[in-house]
Design a protein around this ligand. Structure first.
Ligand code: ATP
Ligand code: MG
Length: 606
């Protein structure tokens, strides 16, 4: 391929809104251009690298027997209404109406579409397991697309779905997916960490995310210094750092009301009462949406609005409020809280709601005497026997609060945010934090979609059963961008051979005469042996060609100049991108030697 005949618009500078290396380099190397916020066009060079990543994914998925399909990107809204996600997915779901007014969605993921296809064909256990995947366009109306294709609105995902007669069969496929993912990322030159992840409101039984360590990652990971434990903070647990208190004795000191004027934050109260945050009950009022937990016996449930009281489907509450109590020195993790409540999402309640539900201004909530809403206690609460808590009155707190004596929660759950320095739940070792970027996710979904969408099969005994389901995603664009994050230097990209848009670039000092003939012969020889070669035939100074070659990051650069060609044994210069020194190789040998080096590197990772 000749440079002059392709379209690689390189730039000296990246636009100011490109703040991370991969975004800057993808723009500067002419790989992509922005069409609008979160919308990108891949240009020829970018698309070549993109296709390599796609193909690695495809090969590894095929190798574990998953079958490629290609559903439409636009899906009927009715399927999303069946699953409940038409309402629960929120604003990320792009809804459109066609000319007849029928509701449609631009797929952000495809559990519904694939489950509907499978359900219509499924009759017998003999057809299971089924494992299918697609590599296809997705759209999510992200609030804040950023970092280029790392978080776009439109992007490409490999998404696989599997259906099984039982959990054991699901686990086998889940394990195979995990192994395929390890191979995919290894072949892409990425060191990934599988971490246990939140299974969310979906109620699945297991979930792992594949993370790359990254300063710009939006996930906090907790890793153990002693063992293999690794988890997203949204899931991470820790060894208890407290002893559960013995039940308060009958003669335990009674509650005491104390005036706490002008002190409403824990820090202010600690200073005022000269005590430690660990002796406080921190009470936060949360608003949860799309709650699937049974709240029929919860305090205040009469006020709740149910959205789906169908007998077969779980009852979903559109909105519910909870008082969440946790030890004063700790923070609530909202993902863990949402999972404990089987909620679509949680957020701190508005001040007006806090005042309405607690009867006091913000800052004085506490579990004692709270009847308007259910109290959710973090596990650490059980250790408190002489604590300070808000008294549901302005400028008043209680002292000598004991768990069990003065309040009993409606639900106890682990909702604390685990931090560096906490102890590993598996071995007790010290946990440390790292930032990570999620490239892939494997997820034992359970029955959520197969049940709500009524997929059934007849088992060996002729009884009708619901299949259990898994789903498995990889972001192709994000993987590509992460490869660049990992593999670049000051001059540009340094592609791993497996995903390089070309294997070799030939840079003639001047593309004419004997040099041109030599370049054409080398290029033809390389192409014939299967080496993807770009010839920089532009009428530019050598320096410009070298800079562009470094910027676009092609693994091998061959420089052909008339002086070296005029030697008794004509030579050309071969340099590995990322290395300082070039080697001089006889023209006659350069095709064979270079092809050998290219295939060596391809095999190493393959
Ligand atoms: P995130 O937490 O980063 O928003 P997610 O957990 O919502 O991602 P999944 O639904 O698990 O994403 O999707 C599978 C994969 O798709 C992710 O691991 C990621 O690689 C990719 N992905 C998700 N959202 C985007 C996006 N907006 N832009 C690019 N890739 C994305
Ligand atoms: Mg995910």
């Amino acid at each position: 391929m000749k440079f002059s005949e392709t379209f690689i618009p390189t730039l000296r500078e990246a636009p100011a809104d490109a703040v991370i290396a991969s975004h800057r380099l993808m723009l500067r190397a002419g790989m992509v251009r922005k069409l609008a916020n979160g919308l990108f066009a891949y240009l020829p060079l970018g698309l070549r690298a993109f296709r390599k990543v796609e193909n690695i994914i495809r090969e590894e998925m095929n190798a574990i027997g998953s079958l490629e399909i290609k559903p439409s990107v636009v899906a009927p809204g009715d399927l999303w209404k069946e699953s409940g996600r038409w309402d629960s997915m929120g604003e990320a779901l792009l809804k459109v109406a066609n000319r007849t007014g029928a509701d449609m969605v631009v797929s952000p993921t495809a559990e519904e579409a694939v489950t509907s296809i499978v359900r219509d064909e499924l009759s017998s256990y003999k057809q299971l397991p089924i494992s299918v995947y697609q590599i296809n366009t997705k759209y999510r109306d992200e609030i804040r697309p950023r970092y280029g294709v790392m978080r776009g609105r439109e992007f490409t995902m490999k998404d696989a779905y599997s259906y099984h007669v039982d959990e054991k069969s699901l686990d086998e496929t889940y394990q195979k997916m995990g192994k395929a993912y390890r191979r995919i990322f290894q072949r892409c030159g990425l060191a990934v960490m599988p971490v246990s992840a939140d299974s969310g409101a979906m109620g699945g039984s297991g979930s792992e995310e594949f993370m790359v360590g990254s300063e710009i990652g939006d996930n906090i990971l907790l890793l153990c210094r002693e063992c293999e434990y690794a988890a997203n903070v949204e899931k991470a647990g820790c060894k208890p750092d407290y002893d559960a208190a013995a039940p308060a004795a009958a003669d335990a000191p009674p509650l005491e009301k104390i005036a706490t004027p002008a002190a409403r934050t824990i820090t202010e109260l600690c200073a005022f009462l000269k005590t430690d945050a660990k002796t406080f009950v921190k009470t936060l009022i949360y608003r949860a949406v799309n709650v699937e937990l049974d709240l029929s016996n919860a305090p205040g449930c009469a006020l709740l609005k149910r959205v789906r009281p169908a007998p077969a489907a779980p009852t979903v509450y559109a909105e519910a409020f909870f008082a969440v109590c946790i030890r004063g020195d700790l923070d609530v993790n909202e993902a863990k809280l949402a999972a404990a409540l089987k909620a679509g999402g949680v957020s701190l309640a508005a001040d007006a709601d806090v005042e309405r539900l607690t009867g006091a201004p913000v800052g004085f909530a506490g579990p004692v005497g709270l009847t308007a809403l259910p109290v959710v206690a973090d596990e650490t609460m059980a250790a408190l026997s002489d604590a300070v808590a808000g008294a549901l009155e302005k400028d008043v707190h209680y002292r000598r609060v004991a768990y069990g004596k003065d309040f009993s929660p409606w639900l106890v759950a682990d909702v604390r945010t685990v931090k560096a320095g906490d102890r590993c739940p598996a071995c007790g070792g010290e946990l440390y934090e790292k930032k990570g970027n999620e490239l892939g996710h494997i997820f034992k979904l359970g029955y959520k979609y197969t049940k709500s969408m009524n997929a059934r099969f007849l088992d060996e005994n002729g009884a009708s059963q619901t299949p259990v389901m898994g789903c498995y995603g990889i972001g192709v664009d994000r993987t590509l961008a992460s490869i660049i994050e990992e593999h670049h230097d000051d001059a540009g990209i340094v592609w791993p051979m497996s995903v390089a848009p070309f294997h070799v670039v030939i840079a003639p000092v001047k593309y004419e005469g004997a040099v041109k003939s030599a370049v054409d012969a080398i290029a033809a020889g390389l192409e014939k042996s299967g080496v993807e070669t770009l010839v920089d035939d532009r009428n530019e100074r050598a320096g410009v060609k070298f800079n562009d070659a470094d910027l676009i990051g092609i693994p091998f650069r061959i420089v052909v100049g008339d002086k070296n060609l005029a030697l008794e044994t004509p030579l050309v210069e071969v340099k590995r991108r990322g290395e300082r020194e070039a080697r001089l190789i006889p023209v006659d040998a350069v095709v064979q030697e270079t092809a050998g080096m290219v295939f060596d590197e391809l095999v190493k990772v393959g």
